[in-house]
Design a protein around this ligand. Structure first.
Ligand code: CAO
Length: 477
């Protein structure tokens, strides 16, 4: 069952269910009527996407705990997404078969539960049809919580998360179907957001606004107060980790996914193209927009403009928004501009993407980017966010540097890396030296299907939008 990009997996006592396909998780009929106090093996089922093993991130239960159907048992991390495993039974946990950080194989026993004869789930029959991955699945996994006379829809995992963080579900704006509260909503709430203010909600798709943080106003110093010494805050010094001896450990989690993706990427002959963008006008534009966006509760960096300009240029160069199959025999021109952005998260490099950028305003892109960053910071980016990208940008300049050699993410065919915006001397039209804001861009394109000239023309168009941001208005849809 998928909840907004993350999967909640219902697992059976009769062994793993087969969930073929990528996005759809069909149900299989199997008998689950547990007898009183029967010891049940709870298998880790196939969670789709060809995932064969996962790493245990966190147990939500311990031996001796009593669990109910749909209670979250643990969080696992595949090389694609974070997944919550929920119980199918009422019963007592007798054994956890793995420790945190262990690799669990699909098809193997995950937990042993002594059932207490509770009612088990009514299974849907497997008639060969995939269940809709969002709406109906949400229905199955969501449960009601009665709060102040009205019902709030949320999954047990979400309720648990709310409880742990001492949040009333009724205080959280649900963004799921029929107002269901999703984990992202809790995270947003924790991040200090207020409920969505209707008058500033942009049109769909699913973008939300938040109220701007209140400025901290310090009380006025009474006139009689003695002049105070300025408080000197010592700079934070990060202590480097001390490794006293060689340490070897298995490569796991996101890094394991990076091994796979980057190894596959090595098979692509890249064409590199580099240019510099005069960002002076955009720096001013961003300064103004940053204030306006903050009034609507959204942090506004340069990325939303970079991303929108990419999409606008892609309309003229659809081949750059295509994918090729493994043997490079077929090329698919993608209708949606799902722009991926390399994100430096605490779990490692992840590339979530913003869907349908061609249909979003710059402000909507900024809102979505904010949401992805909150999820990234919390280690909660899911399959929905991490799959389906069609073109990528890597803003390494937010950390530093001028040039990079970005690696194409197969099956995409192009990627751009952005350097740090620097103030540098340049000549103006009169030949005088002036200070300008300059940013380098480094493109890599799959040279099997992309000509260098195409990449250069695309880059020129993208550059023209950024160097004259108001010109974007003419072509904005
Ligand atoms: N030059 C100068 N300043 C930049 C900049 C650049 N290229 N990019 C961002 N900034 C500024 C932002 O405008 C923001 O400034 P304010 O605080 O004044 O608003 C500040 O740096 C922080 O930005 P940010 O990083 O929070 O947001 P972003 O939208 O610019 O970037 C993201 C988001 C996810 C791309 C970024 O956080 C990130 O993870 N970057 C690293 C990408 C990476 O690791 N690439 C390598 C991949 S290959 O291993």
């Amino acid at each position: 069952v998928r909840q907004s990009g993350r999967y909640t997996v219902l697992t059976g006592r009769n062994g793993p269910q087969s969930f073929p396909g990528t996005q759809h998780l069909p149900y299989h009929r199997f008998q689950t009527s547990a007898k009183l106090n029967e010891l049940v093996n709870f298998y880790l089922s196939d969670i789709g996407e060809g995932i064969r093993e996962v790493q245990i991130k966190e147990w939500y239960v311990k031996v001796g705990d009593h669990v109910k159907q749909f209670d979250a048992l643990c969080e696992v991390q595949s090389d694609k997404a974070s997944v919550t495993i929920t119980s199918r039974y009422d019963g007592t946990i007798k054994k956890l078969c793995y420790d945190v950080d262990d690799i669990a194989q699909t098809g193997k026993v995950l937990v042993e539960i002594e059932t207490s004869g509770g009612k088990t789930l009514e299974e849907r029959s497997d008639d060969g049809q995939s269940s809709d991955n969002s709406s109906s699945s949400d229905d199955e996994s969501s449960s009601m919580q009665e709060i102040r006379g009205h019902k709030v829809l949320a999954t047990p995992a979400v309720r648990k998360m709310a409880k742990e963080n001492k949040i009333k579900l009724s205080d959280v704006q649900g963004s799921g179907k029929e107002g269901r509260v999703l984990k992202e909503d809790i995270l947003r709430h924790l991040g200090g957001e207020r409920k969505v203010t209707p008058e500033i909600v942009p049109p769909p798709p699913t973008v939300q606004t938040q109220a701007p943080p209140r400025p901290q106003i310090s009380p006025l110093t009474p006139p009689t107060a003695l002049p105070q010494e300025p408080v000197v805050v010592p700079p934070k010094i990060q202590t480097p980790p001390v490794i006293g001896k060689d340490v070897t450990e298995p490569i796991r989690g996101i890094r394991r996914a990076m091994v796979k993706t980057m190894t596959a990427a090595q098979a692509i002959p890249p064409f590199g193209y580099y240019d510099e963008i005069d960002m002076t006008a955009l720096v001013k534009f961003r300064r103004d927009m940053k204030v306006k966006a903050l009034e609507r509760g959204v942090k506004f960096s340069y990325m939303p403009v970079f991303i929108k300009a990419v999409s606008m240029a892609l309309r003229h160069f659809p081949i750059l928004n295509s994918s090729v199959d493994a043997k490079c025999e077929n090329i698919t021109y993608k209708a949606s501009h799902n722009i991926g952005l390399a994100m430096d998260t605490k779990d490692g490099l992840l590339v979530p993407n913003i869907k349908n950028v061609q249909a979003l305003t710059i402000f909507e892109i900024a809102s979505e980017l904010n949401r992805l960053q909150v999820l990234g910071d919390a280690g909660k980016l899911g399959t929905e966010e991490l799959t389906g990208g069609t073109f990528s940008l890597s803003n390494i300049g937010s950390i530093g540097g001028t040039y990079a050699r970005p690696v194409i993410l197969p099956p995409e065919v192009a990627i751009g890396a952005l350097g740090r915006i620097q103030t540098l001397p340049r000549f103006d039209e009169n030949g005088s030296v002036v200070a300008r804001h300059i940013m380098a861009v480094s493109w890599s394109a799959d040279h099997r299907v992309i000509e260098g000239a195409t990449m250069a023309r695309f880059s020129n168009m993208w550059k023209a939008y950024l160097e004259n941001p108001t010109s974007m208005i003419l072509d904005l849809k």
